[in-house]
Ligand binder design. Structure first.
Ligand code: ADP
Ligand code: MG
Length: 599
């Protein structure tokens, strides 16, 4: 009787309790794969043939190789190659990042300058560029520092003395690498999701911080593989510098084999050193990539070091906490006293929307919208998809600029500074500062995936509100406890369920203590059983004093929580009233039809 037939014919539920048979005495025969065995033998033969031909053929001259591999001039050449690679990489990527940022900036002039640079320096072969730079003294006999188009000079040098072959090499490699790395960095920037920028802007993070903390770290994931390609190209490209008679590795090797005529052994010296450089770079790449993939995978594989330690039987990571949930000194035990309402203790803002219109091309998305929201009130906006609900919400936060009309929070106009009868458009920087008063929770959460839950929350309070890190962390722990996620502080967003992610997003918005909190369909990306946990958190926020505006299709929830219900259609407000009025006795035929569909 075989194992399989032991189970055959048993009904499914009968399999669950362990059968009374002791399988431990059965012998297990591993599966055999004949093709794999043949393949392995073939690979072994090929490997042996290659090694045999390389090691047994005396013409490879391994004795000469051994004599020169660590010879002083070779090591000096290697040092120069490494230095050139390092300088080319550092300066090339610095310039390249600047060029990429210029290219994606709002300024057409900067963008075209950057485009022109890339066009020019990607076209010129490196070897030609090096020769031009080396002969710069012919074009310009002196280099001077001063004020252009005047006689004022602070210092001047003779070009031929200043631009040594080494400097020409560094310049050439830098200019060349910058052109390619600029495109690599730009590709990375383009790969970052738009929602991430909106979330960062909604938190009022300054532009510089948005780039350094949110965009570039996430761009790194797609930048790194191609960037290392570029570094490797550069490391090998340094060999072209021999044209300047600069004794880097390849030039040194050439000088030696011209003298002793041992061409192949010396070329092997160079080859093996380039192999070593490449191996080191690959190792470094692996580790940098790992670092920047934080939060990108639900269950990151253990690092080489972790695996080695585990193999040695003394794992650094306790098995139970292997997935990033380990957190020292856990959040203050949820002390029942602080509620969400007391945490967001700011009093609510009054929102006035008057005669607001907005079009995308020929499509009028908001059409003369008028609405007043009392401080601390809860407003539910309902309406069909495409009726302009999100656009209205985003206009309150100035993520969209309206064409006509005004929106004011506590009498302060969104997007303008008022001075008597004059309105001055605010600069991006000032708009960001004002956003602190308006929190936003997105349909797709838009948490920063490379930051843990708690890092998502403390980012804005530290940068924008100027809290100390300790204080921000303490507040964030409290907020997490209040949304029921105290133990998830160190989890990355991808390690959380949708409902948990949305609760972190709410905590993140609350950490700025906004006067107004906007929710754009906060539960519509969630599985039905997760909707309740998010709505419960919002319910607790209602009547906390913060003014809430919620776009939602959860009619039951709106009926329970809202003071005011707004029904929108085709960019217009068709009906407003208390939940009892709008849901119980809608005036408008369209409202009735809509409710019949969603109820
Ligand atoms: P809702 O949130 O009510 O579903 P939206 O405010 O998102 O509606 O969109 C209203 C209308 O505006 C839709 O027809 C949509 O296609 C259009 N729209 C929204 N954003 C843009 C945009 N950036 N460019 C062009 N059309 C847009
Ligand atoms: Mg919408």
């Amino acid at each position: 009787m075989t194992l399989a037939s032991d189970f055959a014919g048993l009904p499914a539920h009968a399999q669950t309790p362990a059968p009374n048979r002791d399988f431990s005495r059965y012998r297990i025969v591993p599966a055999r794969y004949p093709a794999r065995i043949i393949g392995t033998i073939f690979a072994g033969v090929v490997l042996f043939a290659v090694l045999n031909s390389v090691l047994a053929n005396p013409r490879w001259g391994w004795d000469v190789f051994a004599e020169w591999f660590f010879a002083e001039p070779v090591l000096a050449g290697l040092g120069r190659t490494l230095l050139l690679t390092l300088l080319g990489t550092v300066f090339g990527f610095l310039l390249g990042t600047g060029l990429a940022l210029a290219r994606v900036s709002g300024s057409p002039l900067l963008a075209s300058l950057s485009w022109g640079y890339v066009w020019l320096f990607r076209s010129i072969p490196l070897i030609v560029l090096l020769l031009i730079l080396n002969n710069l003294g012919y074009l310009y006999s002196t280099v001077w520092l001063g004020i252009p188009f005047t006689e004022i000079t602070f210092a001047s040098w003779s070009t031929t003395q200043l631009i040594t072959p080494f400097l020409a090499a560094v310049l050439g490699l830098t200019l060349n690498a910058a052109a390619f790395s600029s495109e690599i960095v730009r590709g990375g920037i383009l790969s970052v999701d738009q929602g991430q920028l909106e979330a960062a802007a909604a938190l009022g993070l300054p532009r510089r911080r948005q780039v350094s903390r949110i965009v570039l770290p996430q761009a790194m994931r797609s930048i790194l593989p191609t960037a290392f390609n570029e570094v490797i190209t550069l490391a090998k490209g340094t060999s072209q510098v021999y044209i300047l008679a600069l004794p880097e590795l390849f030039y040194t090797i050439q000088v030696i084999y011209r003298r002793n005529l041992e061409v192949i052994p010396l070329l092997m010296v160079a080859t093996v050193w380039y192999l070593v450089i490449l191996s080191v770079l690959s190792f470094v790449q692996h580790h940098i990539e790992r670092y920047y993939s934080r939060g990108a995978l639900r269950n990151p594989p253990p690092s080489v070091i972790d695996r080695a330690l585990r193999w040695l039987g003394r794992s650094r990571v306790p098995a139970a906490a292997g997935n990033g949930f380990a957190s020292p000194a856990q959040a203050p035990a949820a002390n029942g006293a602080t509620s969400l309402s007391t945490l967001s203790r700011r009093s609510g803002g009054e929102i006035r929307i008057s005669h607001v219109s907005k079009s995308f091309g020929s499509l009028k998305v908001l059409d003369d919208v008028n609405l007043a929201l009392r401080p601390g009130s809860v407003t539910a906006i309902i309406g069909q998809s495409g009726s302009g609900k999100s656009t209205l919400l985003r206009s309150i936060n100035h993520l969209e600029r309206v064409d006509e009309g005004f929106i004011a929070i506590d009498g302060e106009l969104i997007g303008y500074r008022q001075d008597g009868e004059t309105l001055y458009e605010l600069k991006e920087k000032d708009i960001l500062t004002r956003r602190v008063d308006v929190g936003m929770v997105f349909q797709n959460f838009n948490l920063f995936p490379h930051l843990t839950a708690i890092e998502n929350i403390v980012e804005a309070p530290v940068t924008v509100r100027g809290l100390s890190r300790e204080q921000a962390l303490a507040e964030a722990r409290e907020l997490l406890a209040r949304v029921g996620l105290a133990e998830k502080a160190d989890a990355y967003p991808r390690q959380l369920s949708g409902g948990q992610q949305q609760r972190v997003a709410i905590a993140r918005a609350l950490a700025l203590r906004p006067k107004v909190l906007l929710f754009d369909e906060p539960t519509s990306a969630l599985d039905p059983e997760l909707v309740g946990e998010v709505l419960d958190v919002i319910k607790e926020l209602a009547r906390s004093g913060t003014t809430l505006v919620i776009v939602t299709h959860e009619i039951g929830f709106a009926r329970e929580v809202a003071d005011q219900v707004v029904f929108m259609e085709a960019g217009r407000i068709l009906e407003t009233g208390t939940p009892a009025q709008v849901f119980g006795n809608p005036h408008h035929l369209r409202t009735r039809e809509f409710l019949a569909k969603v109820l």
